[in-house]
Design a protein around this ligand. Structure first.
Ligand SMILES: *[C@@H]1O[C@H](CO)[C@@H](O)[C@H](O)[C@H]1NC(C)=O
Ligand SMILES: *[C@@H]1O[C@H](CO)[C@@H](O)[C@H](O)[C@H]1NC(C)=O
Ligand SMILES: *[C@@H]1O[C@H](CO)[C@@H](O)[C@H](O)[C@H]1NC(C)=O
Length: 402
């Protein structure tokens, strides 16, 4: 992974500087962030073992969904849930928690899209652990036959996001490290999700599912705790996406982050268009009206802004998929009840209390401390770990522990 060496270099620079500052607390924070990079050995092991199983065991290659369920994949009377992920364990938790909380799993269809290298382990997992009564599809990106235009769009999107990321990294190196306030946020910018292919593909959901009219989108670091049918049936008032916008945390508090945390307000293109103090809506547990999306200019606007950023020196926003999406989806967001989606559980000091989490329909480990890493707060992590089947052969062979 090309970015890992950058990250290590950056961290060494900070360590060098920290020696002067002598701050144990900062050092601890750096190691905490360092632990959030890279894929743990146990997850890597799980992928390898499942890929082996796919090769040697016909059961692991059995059709998903079975032939009698295939027609459900495009049937609009079913509830379609979409995940874009290269993490088998995470996908299994998101899906099994959704099923467990569902009043009518029979009505559900899960669509997992993954990259080429994760396709066989992902398929093997869900073929060996069939989810009762719900239909399940696993698709690799290599199985898509997109038009030239879509391929070019995806390529351009990934290239510009990568350039934005490299530019930011370059900036960090040049910076005067004597002044370190806020370096936690900078470390976060270097996180793997900023450069991940699967993470950016969310802008192409209408093209990934050309036959669907509506989907619930789940990030893979989500645990679902409530039945999702009323989200599915919600009236979006002609908007494209249903998302948590308002706060569950009180006045002067955003459910996620403010625009000033995403955008460069020193730049007049940004400051003339956006409101510094506005709360960003939460991405990661949403309902999308794909027909409304296809009839909008959202994807085109997204690309316009990517190109504008490219042509003005790459400094408009911090790396990540969300900032340009906040602009592109402007006026297309229908606010939903804040308890549908409580985010931020992956931050070092999540600003949520456990009681409130219990009432949430989906809890989201956004932030660096993913629950499959062992750096999160134990009691928050437990809410995820209870959905892992530790007696599964592959999970226990790979020493994945609660
Ligand atoms: C999309 O953009 C084009 C050109 O900018 C414009 O003519 C059209 O009205 C827009 N469509 C919608 C639905 O906003
Ligand atoms: C923010 O925008 C200003 C004005 O264009 C630019 O000089 C600066 O480099 C940008 N900051 C970052 C971090 O890109
Ligand atoms: C957990 O895995 C074991 C061993 O494969 C299996 O027998 C059991 O049914 C699984 N439990 C659940 C809840 O899936």
């Amino acid at each position: 992974m090309q970015s890992l060496s950058h990250i290590i270099l950056y961290i060494l620079q900070i360590l060098n500087m920290e020696r002067k500052v002598q701050s144990a607390r900062r050092l601890e924070s750096i190691f905490w962030h360092l632990a959030s990079h890279g894929v743990p050995k146990s997850l890597h092991c799980l992928c390898l073992k499942l890929a082996e199983e796919y090769a040697v065991n016909a059961m692991a290659r059995s059709r998903l969904p079975p032939p009698e369920f295939v027609s459900r994949l495009t049937d609009p009377s079913f509830h379609h849930v979409v995940l874009l992920t290269d993490n088998v364990l995470a996908a299994s938790v998101a899906i099994s928690s959704t099923i467990k909380s569902s009043f009518s799993p029979k009505k559900m269809v899960f669509h997992v899209v993954t990259d080429k290298k994760t396709y066989t382990p992902m398929h093997a997992w869900f073929a060996l652990n069939p989810i009762n009564s719900a239909a399940m599809e696993v698709k690799g990106l290599h199985q898509y036959d997109w038009s030239h235009e879509v391929n070019l769009g995806v390529k351009e999107m990934l290239e510009i996001h990568h350039l934005i990321w490299s530019h930011k990294y370059h900036d960090l190196k040049e910076e005067d490290f004597e002044y370190v306030t806020g370096h936690e946020r900078k470390l976060e910018i270097l996180s793997p999700s900023c450069t991940s292919l699967m993470n950016h593909l969310r802008m192409y959901i209408p093209e990934l599912f050309p036959d669907l009219k509506k989907v619930v989108f789940l990030d893979d670091d989500i645990v679902v705790q409530r039945d999702l049918s009323s989200l599915w049936e919600m009236d979006l008032n002609g908007k494209v996406v249903g998302a948590v916008v308002d706060s569950w945390c009180g006045l002067d508090c955003c459910p996620g982050r403010k625009y000033k945390d995403y955008f460069n307000f020193t730049n007049s293109i940004i400051s003339s268009k956006l409101d510094y103090d506005r709360c960003g809506w939460l991405y990661g547990m949403n309902i999308f009206d794909l027909e409304a999306w296809r009839n909008s200019n959202i994807t085109a606007t997204y690309h316009q802004w990517l190109n504008l950023n490219l042509n003005t020196g790459l400094g408009l926003w911090n790396p990540g998929a969300l900032p340009p999406a906040l602009i592109a989806f402007e006026d297309h967001v229908q606010p939903i009840d804040p308890l549908w989606h409580v985010a931020g559980l992956g931050y070092r000091f999540p600003k949520v209390d456990l009681q409130m989490l219990e009432g949430a329909a989906a809890i989201h480990f956004s932030g660096p401390a993913k629950p499959w890493l062992e750096i999160g707060q134990a009691e928050v992590r437990r809410l995820w770990a209870i959905h892992v089947n530790f007696s599964d052969e592959f999970v226990s062979k790979c020493r994945i522990t609660g």
